[in-house]
Ligand binder design. Sequence first.
Ligand SMILES: Nc1ncnc2c1ncn2[C@@H]1O[C@H](COP(=O)(O)OP(=O)(O)OP(=O)(O)O)[C@@H](O)[C@H]1O
Ligand SMILES: [Zn+2]
Length: 605
Amino acid sequence: MGLVATAVVLFLVAYGILSYFTKGDEPTISYTEFSRQVEAGNVTKIYAKGDTIEGELRTGQPIPGGGGDYTTFRTQRPEFAEDDLWQQLSQKGVTVTAEPVVVQRSLLTNLLLSLAPIVILVLLWVALARRLGPRLGGPLGRKAPPRPVELEPHRRTTFADVAGIDEVQGELDDVVDFLKNPQVYRAMGARMPGGVLLAGPPGTGKTLLARAVAGEAGVPFFSASASEFIEMIVGVGASRVRELFAEARKVAPAIVFIDEIDTIGRVRGGGASIGGHDEREQTLNQILTEMDGFTGSEGVVVIAATNRADVLDPALTRPGRFDRIVHVSPPDRAGREAILRIHTRDIPLAPSVDLVQVARTTPGMTGAELANLANEAALLAVKRRQGQVTQRDLSDALEKVQLGAERALVMPEGERRRTAYHESGHALLGMLQPGADPVRKVTIVPRGRALGVTLSTPDADKYAYTEEYLRGRIIGALGGMAAEHVVFGIITTGSENDLEQVTRLVRGMVGRWGMSERVGRFTAVSGDGQEPYGLTAAPATLDAVDHEMRRIAEECYESACRQLRENSDRLDALAEALLASETLDEEEAYRAAGIPRLKKDANGH
Ligand SMILES: Nc1ncnc2c1ncn2[C@@H]1O[C@H](COP(=O)(O)OP(=O)(O)OP(=O)(O)O)[C@@H](O)[C@H]1O
Ligand SMILES: [Zn+2]
């Protein structure tokens, strides 16, 4: 055993030394920046090794990049880059030197390589021993203790990296203050909340926020996902929790972050969890025990995150446990703008770029989606061999993110015609319903799983919806099916997704939002298909729900068909325009249909 451990250590040390010497100290720049410098003719020579590129600049003048000035640099060419790098380089007269990816073998490397099979065997053995650990016992059965993520000051996440959720940030200010000066609170006999629960939809920045709290306070950040606990071998979850907290206490003040807490914190006994039930409960109990053990003076703050605060076991939210619930919602317009600014910090933007405009056209998108949008736009700019990201890159990226990538598909003419009428039906009804969201784009170019797409988005963020608006949405969603019915007298499978959307809406209107007198003004069905408030609705109620859902859907369908018949010339004109140009933007679509587009101000008036 001692011998093998020594071999492993030796290998690691040697590897470390080797990689230290082979790695240059050029500043690393983004590939986008690199393309820009090549295009600008600033690059004199490059040295390529696989996809890693090192190089020098012409002027000897340092060029400011994201992370400081540089005259030599290193960058990584993405595997998916489709640019003609070679042509570009030879055009600009750049001296290119290359080396195969095969690592140059030094004596030391040779030695290490010959040791490799042994090392692999050892690692395999270690991995095996770990899996069987609890049963085998022995020193190898123990996992390495949890380690906080690195806390290098220059790459610390702070509140400056989070935008659009300022009020949420405000609720965490005292946590930061406590972590900075626990002794002040101790002297005052004040107790901090045992835990903070961040609740909100995926991608709204919960993890980011927790890291920022640690970064602001300058304390270690321990993170674990609750699902990791229960995926492990039985009996390990609880002990991992114990270890995690023990490590955090050693270096307190510190933050322990537990993501996806709902996977172990669901109401006990209820729900449909198959197997692993005891494991879940034991792990949860261990977390609760650890939190009960806090006297507040230890300086460990637990932050948990969930997308489903509604299903959590009340034991978790009792005083002294996660007694502070902070709701994180998708950002509003100003928030989206601020988030876009953060995520375009390191992207060269053309002067024409208007982030306010982008923020306006992205209602409902989360921070993660906006970050993705910015990145997609940068990728497009690289692909198009531009030095900067333009407004067009951003709007094309948005389209890709919202509609899915275009799909090459040869459609028979009849099918194409039917699709054109289907989409025209959606679009025309979308334009005709009073108060409906404007139609932004109609296309019969297949995208994702859809044969065509009609995109409508509101002018301004909406927070509550009227019955009229919802009916308008249902009529619009049924428009595709109604058009096929009215024009061709057929019904196809192409409306499956539309009908799903209709079902969600009528179900909500009748069962959740009190829009049916016959059902009544109460929650008859819950949002997630579970029983509302633990009660099973009486069969008569469910009958009424069913009856009312059908009635509303039927009324809307009739309205859709009637409006399409009354406007058949507009429908034909729209379909013809679509068949001719495949994609219509907002202006073209309204013009083709002969309907004036009422411009609204940012407040939707
Ligand atoms: N408010 C925000 N400000 C800036 N960036 C954000 C914001 N929200 C999300 N992001 C970006 O999206 C990424 C993903 O967010 P994060 O993982 O924190 O979301 P989450 O709410 O924890 O999601 P999940 O519930 O899926 O774990 C972040 O790393 C960040 O780049
Ligand atoms: Zn449709």
